[in-house]
Design a protein around this ligand. Sequence first.
Ligand code: CU
Length: 156
Amino acid sequence: MFIGDLTRTDYARGLPKVLVDICEHLKTLDLAGLENGRHDLTDDIYMNVMTPETDFAANKKAELHHKYIDVQLLISGAENIEYGAAYPDLSLYEAYNEQDDYQLTSSEFADKNVILMRPNMFVVFLPYEPHKPCVVVDGKVATLKKLVVKVPVSLL
Ligand code: CU
């Protein structure tokens, strides 16, 4: 997992090159003007732009991926992202959806942490790093704009 802020001049320090290249590309875009939906960045890398409503953690499932890295960038609004650092107990997860590369669970994280996301912050989840995005901040439901870049882990 990596956390950063795209507006920092030194945000790229320590980030793998493939992720730096993506972030540099994101910095050239009018993020607020991006249309919702899938945008292909290369033959292998794409992003989903979305305007979800936040919800209470109890109403949401946590997810993890096997093959793709998530680069989650918040464009506007504020969201909490819950995550756990420990290796997940996959017996608590639903069956793996191979087509869309995700596995969900309704279980609480045994070791829950929370990142408060602000605009221009990004967080990178590597495969098997569980995360629960779009959780309310201060108990208030709100609409976000965010994007998630999907990067095959084989490119790392
Ligand atoms: Cu994800």
